[in-house]
Design a protein around this ligand. Sequence first.
Ligand code: SAH
Length: 346
Amino acid sequence: MRELSDLDMKELAEEIAALGEKSFRAAQLYDWIHRKLACSYEEMSNIPGKLKEALKERFHFGALPIRVKQESAQDGTVKYLFGLADGNAVETVLMRYRYGNSVCVSSQVGCRMGCAFCASTLGGLKRSLSAGEILGQIYAVQQDSGERVSHVVVMGIGEPLDNYDNVLRFIRMLSDEKGLNISQRNITLSTCGLVPEIRRLAAEKLQITLALSLHAVNDEKRKSIMPVAKRYSLAEVMEAVDLYFKETGRRVSFEYALIAGVNDTVRDADGLAALAAPRHCHVNLIPVNPVTERGLEEPTKEAVNSFLGELTKRHVTATVRRELGRDIDGACGQLRHKAKESGNVM
Ligand code: SAH
C-alpha cells in the first residue's frame, strides 16, 4: 500500500477530487502531514471521519517507528534505526552543529554500488525508498527530538541517484513552503558518481549542494575500491560535475575517505589537488570509519594532517570532517548491518 506522505500537493488534490471531496481538504491534509507532522490519521482533527476511512483504505499513514535509538555520550549525535511498513529498516542520524541540526537520511534499503569500504552495501540492495519514507525519517527525528531540523544530507544508506525520481520528489517536497520549507541550499546530496544522473540533476537547476564521493584520483585505484568507476571514468565524472556547477552555480564538494596505505600518499594528495584546485569545490577528508568486514584502516592523525597540509599547500580548500558518533556505530550502514546480524531486522 502506498504511503499517504508520498503524494505531492498535485496528486493529493487529484485524490481528493476523485473521492468527491471539497478541494480545500487537500491543503488541510498536506498541512497535517508535512507541516504539523501528524503521527496518525486520528490526530487530523478537522478532517471528517468518512474521508479518513476512505483514505485509510487506499494509503498507509503513520510515523516511522523507532526500532533502535543510540545517543552519543561524546557529542549528542543520535542514531536511529527506523522500521518501515514492510518490515525493513533504515538508519538516520541527527547531528547537532553550532549552525543548526542536520539530519542524514537513507535513500534505499541497502545499496548495490559495492564500495569496498562501506557497510551499507554488504547485503546488496533490497529496495528503494519512496519520497514519503525519506521525508518520514526527518519528520520522525524532529518529532522525537523536539528540535527543528535546518539541514539535510542525503548521505545515509543507499545511492540517491540510483533512486532518482523518488529522491527528486523528496527534495522538492522538503523545500516546499507548504512543508518543512528547508532551503535547498541547506540540502546536500552525495553520489558515488552516476554520470547520466548527475547530468540530469544539473538540468533540474536546483540549489542543492552536490557532493561527489571521489576517494581515489586515478581510474585504476578508483576501480579497485569503487565498482562504479568501471562504468564511468574520472574524466566523465569531472565533466558531469563541471556541468552541475555551470548549470547551478553551486560549489561542488569532493568527499575523500582516507584509507591507510590505499589513498593517503603525497602522490594521492597531488592528484587530488590537480582535480580540485582548478574547480570551484570544497574537499572533505573523512578518515575511513573502519568496518570489521572490510579490513581497511584509518590513517593516523598525523597522516591525516599531513595529507591536509599537502592540499592546502596546493591552494585547495579542504577540511577534515569532524567525526561524530563513533561510539554509536556512526558509519554508514553499520547499525542496520549489526541489527541484521543479530536477527533484529530484515
Ligand atoms: N551513495 C552515496 C551516499 C552514501 S555514503 C555516495 O556514495 O556518496 C556517504 C559518504 O560516506 C560517501 O562519501 C561514502 O563513500 C562515505 N563512506 C561510506 N563508508 C564509509 C566509511 N566506512 N568510512 C568513511 N566514509 C564512508
